[in-house]
Design a protein around this ligand. Structure first.
Ligand SMILES: Cc1ncc(C[n+]2csc(CCOP(=O)(O)OP(=O)(O)O)c2C)c(N)n1
Ligand code: SF4
Length: 248
């Protein structure tokens, strides 16, 4: 018997096409896959409109077989607002990095959340600007090295890491805010459940939902994938605690 016959086959989700361009070990690929699984499970593939970001996941629509729109940097919430208001029967998702959502697009996400727009946000916090070579993001940890903080982020020059879930939790309108991660199988299962909840909230017309996903960037952090996930687990979660901030 051939060895390959003994290896169990795990079917890929219908919505997801594998073999992505991401660096080995990058969380974007895992996240795309579980998002594809959730879309399949909810049977909403033909209804989804994904507003894809500027950032490493700019090619998300090559891998997720859903309709979508490419937004300018940080402006996905404005586009999602328009699409959902014009086509309320669609399931509208934004997928945004921390440079996208928490730097150039902070204003956009704050006001969309405050208006209680009926779309779901997937916010990928990997503590740097991945695509452009690892510059400091608002979420970079104190002391963390990046190309623009070569000796480590200093509070005197760059302030403190911005906590988006906690910030949005001061607003009245959001219905669901959760921070998850992908550093082990249990966390991936939790992240999957959180994505499902955020999208289900939209299907049930409950209101604005955001899932923050603590992810990695082994290439720019100059770590192996294993080291990078250890950093997420041991360092990032100290500053960005995992959990549900709001569930109404
Ligand atoms: C208006 C504008 N400013 C700057 C850029 C350059 N740019 C492209 S991607 C990026 C950073 C993206 O980082 P992040 O959102 O954290 O996503 P990641 O690549 O880490 O997944 C920047 C600054 C741009 N494309 N458009
Ligand atoms: S540069 Fe970082 S975020 Fe971008 S694909 Fe590579 S590991 Fe992922």
């Amino acid at each position: 018997m051939r060895v390959s016959a003994l290896i169990p086959k795990y079917p890929e989700p219908e919505t997801y096409v594998g073999r992505t361009h991401y660096c080995p070990g990058c969380g974007h690929a895992t996240l795309h896959k579980i998002l594809g699984e959730v879309i399949d499970e909810l049977g909403i593939r033909k209804k989804v409109i994904l507003v894809e970001p500027v950032g490493c996941s700019v090619l998300a629509l090559r891998y997720l077989k859903v309709d979508g729109i490419q937004g300018p940097h940080g402006r996905a919430p404005a586009i999602a607002t328009a699409v959902k208001r014009l086509k309320p029967e669609k399931i509208v998702l934004t997928y945004q990095g921390d440079g996208d959502l928490a730097a150039i697009g902070t204003n956009e996400i704050l006001h969309a959340a405050n208006r209680g727009e009926l779309f779901s946000v997937i916010f990928v916090n990997n503590a740097v600007y991945g695509m452009t070579g690892g510059q400091m993001a608002p979420t970079t940890l104190i002391g963390q090295k990046s190309t623009t903080t070569p000796t480590g982020r200093m509070i005197e020059y760059a302030g403190y890491p911005l906590r988006i879930c906690e910030l949005l939790n001061t607003l009245d309108a959001p219905v669901y805010l959760e921070r998850v991660s992908l550093y082990d199988v249990e966390q991936i299962a939790r992240a999957r459940a959180a994505l499902k909840k955020a999208i289900t909230n939209q299907i049930e017309k409950k209101g604005f939902s955001l899932v923050e996903v603590l992810s990695n960037c082994p290439t720019n952090w100059k770590m192996t994938p294993e080291e990078s996930w250890r950093f997420v687990k041991e360092e990032m979660t100290k500053i960005f605690p995992l959990g549900i901030f709001r569930d109404r």
